[in-house]
Design a protein around this ligand. Structure first.
Ligand SMILES: [Zn+2]
Length: 53
């Protein structure tokens, strides 16, 4: 089971909660990465939804 924990800790290093769009740290970034595949914060996700590039 220790291997499983190690994998989670490695993943968390990737999830630094820094938004790719605005470069600000927000707890919603990792959630959006899982949900949408985009490493963006809540506000950037809203703006992308309204104005898709
Ligand atoms: Zn952002």
């Amino acid at each position: 089971m220790t291997d499983y924990i190690d994998i989670i800790e490695e993943d968390l290093k990737e999830l630094d909660d820094i938004c790719d769009e605005c470069k600000q740290k927000h707890e919603s970034v990792s959630q959006n990465l899982i949900l949408t595949g985009f490493k963006i914060c809540k506000s950037c996700r809203v703006s992308k939804t309204i104005f898709p590039i």
